[in-house]
Design a protein around this ligand. Structure first.
Ligand code: PAF
Length: 287
């Protein structure tokens, strides 16, 4: 598969390229990814195009956000297909650094970015250090690209909340935008980790979205017995063979347990099916 997209691996070369665009008065968008691109990423690039004149997509499987027993080594890497897709999506530049470009050996032990509290709950409670890895690499990408706007998928709701908080707390001069999750026809949220599912697991996987949507509907109809709704979702998923890390109803703004003032809620889950750990969420307006 051949590709035409400009590819840069070195941060300094990237910086120069983006600076040239800036002197031409062009707005720059960044779509950070770990590659293995799918239609969800196509939507992110299309939305980025609405906000900027140039769209940079980064592909970097970030070792810092994987725990020792997690899937860093086996995470799907499909560089040739990704390049061809980025041509098709009409991205302008692919930034594809190596581990040594992002984390030069001289920098160990290096500075990290920790967004407190938000990083320790939900997925953070199950994956200690994960969100430090995410916030650190995203901060580095923001510094390297210096985009006007950066776009992330809503599927990783907690990640998006943490990145927004980091950008605010550290006065980063850019806009962080969440883009609605792209789903398969049967409701399964698109994700690179769907590749880990066997045919039978793939058949069961949409039950995650179904369970979350059911809770969402109950909330819309006025139920506020959060604990039993969470337990209902967990029981449904476990009956289908999932191992649920959590299913939780939170205030959509701060990811804390809802209060009587909460107007927007989010129902989130992380559930394991075979090798795949799948996450998803449904947002509910109860005002
Ligand atoms: O969501 C992802 O793919 C990653 O966590 C991100 C934001 C690219 C950071 O490595």
């Amino acid at each position: 598969m051949s590709s035409n997209i400009e590819i840069i691996a070195r941060p300094l070369a990237l910086h120069e390229r983006v600076r040239t665009w800036r002197t031409q008065g062009l707005r720059v968008a960044l779509v950070p990814t770990m590659g293995n691109l799918h239609k969800g990423h196509a939507t992110l690039v299309a939305r980025a195009r609405e906000h900027a004149d140039r769209v940079v997509v980064s592909i970097f499987v970030n070792p810092l956000q994987f725990g020792p027993s997690e899937d860093f080594n086996s995470y799907p890497r499909t560089p040739q297909e990704d390049r061809a897709l980025l041509d098709e999506y009409r991205a302008d530049l692919l930034f594809a650094p190596g581990v040594e470009d992002m984390y030069p050996p001289l920098a160990a032990p290096h500075t990290v970015v920790h967004v407190p509290e938000l990083s320790e709950i939900l997925c953070g409670a199950v994956r200690p250090g994960h969100f430090i890895g995410v916030a650190t690499v995203v901060a580095k990408l923001f510094n390297m690209v210096q985009p006007d706007v950066a776009l992330f998928c809503d599927k990783d709701y907690q990640q998006l909340a943490i990145i927004k908080r980091m950008a605010t707390d550290l006065s980063m001069p850019l806009q962080v935008i969440g883009v609605a999750t792209v789903r398969e026809a049967d409701g399964l949220a698109m994700s690179s980790r769907n590749r880990y599912l066997t045919a039978e697991q793939r058949r069961l996987a949409p039950r995650i979205y179904a369970a979350l949507s059911k809770v969402g509907q109950e909330l819309k109809q006025g139920r506020r017995d959060y604990l039993s709704l969470e337990q209902m979702a967990i029981a449904e998923l476990e009956q289908s063979g999932f191992k649920t890390d959590y299913a939780s109803i939170r205030d959509a703004d701060d990811l804390q347990p809802p209060t009587e003032n909460s107007r927007k809620l989010v129902v989130l889950t992380a559930a394991r099916l075979g090798r795949a750990r799948l996450i998803d969420n449904v947002q509910v307006d109860i005002s």
